[in-house]
Design a binder for this molecule. Structure first.
Ligand code: NAP
Length: 268
C-alpha cells in the first residue's frame, strides 16, 4: 500500500490503457503523479477522479517542449521527480515498399525520441533526489516478428536497447533504467488512432474491450488476455524499492505470447 510513499512520478500517455492503470496504482501506493496526453478532457476527468495527488497536462510527446513542460509540472506542483514512466505510444505505419519518409519520422518521434527526450529532461531532477527509476514501455514487437507493424517494432527495439545503454550510463547516479515489454494487452491501442486521440464514448470503448479480450486470449498460452493492470504491476515493481537492484532489464509481460511461432508479416 505504501511502496511509493513521498515519491513523485511522471506517466506519459496517462489518459488511457496502461498509463491510466499505472497512474491509478502509483497513487494508491502513495505517489504523486503527473500524467500527460493529448486528450485534455479525458486527462482532466481522470485527474479529478484520482484527487489532488494527480495533475494533468495536455502534451504531445512528439514535441520536446511538451515533454519538458510535463516534467516541469511535476517539479512545480509536487516539488521534484523520482520516477519517469515513458509510456505514451500508438500504432504506426507498416510496409517495406509503401513506407514513406514521414511514416518513419513519425514512428521514431512518437515511440523513440519521446523516450530519449523524456530521459534527457527527467535526469537532472531525479539526480537531485539522489536517484530514482526510469521505465520505458517497449513491446514484444521489439524481439519477434509479427507482433506489430515494422516501424513500430523497430522503434520499440530502439527503446529496448536505449534502455540498456541509459541504464549503464545513469547507474552511477543511482538512476535505474528498465524496459517493460508487454505482449497483447487489451487497451484502446487496438482501435484508437495514433495521430489523433481516442474520443469514443466510454460505452463503446467497453464494448470493444470485451470483444478484444476474448480475441487476444486465443493468441496467448495463458487462458486470458493481458490487462493494463498487469503492466502497471510490473511498473510498480521496477519503480519501487523492490526493484532496487534491477537495472538495464527488459521485463517481458506477455503470458508467453512471444514464445509462440508466428508467420512472418507480408511484404507490402
Ligand atoms: P492506449 O490505451 O491507446 O494508450 C496510449 C496512451 O498514449 C494514451 O494515453 C494516449 O493519450 C497516449 N499518446 C499517444 N500518442 C501520444 C502523443 N503523441 N503524445 C502524448 N500522448 C500520446 O494504448 P496502451 O496499450 O495503453 O499503450 C501504452 C504503451 O504501451 C504504448 O507505448 C504502446 O506502444 C505500449 N504497448 C502496448 C501493448 C498492447 O498490447 N496494448 C503492447 C506492447 C506495448 P492521448 O490519446 O490522450 O494522446
Amino acid at each position: 500500500m505504501n511502496r511509493l510513499d513521498n515519491k513523485v512520478a511522471v506517466v506519459t500517455g496517462g489518459t488511457s490503457g496502461i498509463g491510466e492503470a499505472t497512474a491509478e496504482l502509483f497513487v494508491s501506493e502513495g505517489a504523486s503523479v503527473v500524467i500527460c496526453g493529448r486528450s485534455t478532457e479525458k486527462g482532466e476527468a481522470l485527474a479529478a477522479r484520482l484527487g489532488d495527488k494527480v495533475a494533468f497536462v495536455t502534451a504531445d510527446v512528439t514535441r520536446e517542449a511538451d515533454i519538458e513542460a510535463t516534467i516541469n509540472l511535476a517539479i512545480q506542483q509536487f516539488g521534484g521527480l523520482d520516477i519517469l514512466f515513458n509510456n505514451a505510444g500508438g500504432p504506426t505505419a507498416d510496409g517495406v515498399l509503401t513506407v514513406t519518409e514521414s511514416d518513419i519520422q513519425y514512428a521514431m518521434s512518437l515511440l523513440f525520441s519521446s523516450v530519449v527526450l523524456g530521459i534527457k529532461h527527467a535526469v537532472p531532477h531525479i539526480e537531485k533526489r539522489g536517484g530514482g527509476a526510469i521505465i520505458n514501455n517497449s513491446s514484444i514487437a521489439a524481439i519477434r516478428d509479427s507482433q506489430g507493424a515494422m516501424l513500430y517494432s523497430a522503434a520499440k527495439a530502439a527503446v529496448t536497447h536505449y534502455t540498456r545503454l541509459a541504464g549503464t550510463r545513469l547507474g552511477p547516479k543511482n538512476i535505474r533504467v528498465n524496459a517493460i515489454s508487454p505482449g497483447a494487452i487489451a487497451t484502446p491501442i487496438f482501435w484508437g488512432g495514433s495521430a489523433r486521440a481516442n474520443t469514443l464514448p466510454d460505452e463503446e470503448n467497453s464494448r470493444k474491450m470485451a470483444k478484444l479480450q476474448g480475441n487476444l486470449a486465443k493468441a496467448t498460452p495463458l487462458p486470458s488476455s493481458g490487462l493494463s493492470e498487469d503492466i502497471a504491476s510490473a511498473a510498480l515493481f521496477l519503480a519501487s524499492d523492490e526493484g532496487r537492484y534491477v537495472n538495464c532489464h527488459d521485463l517481458v509481460v506477455d503470458g508467453g505470447r512471444s514464445q509462440i511461432f508466428n508467420q512472418p508479416g507480408e511484404i507490402r
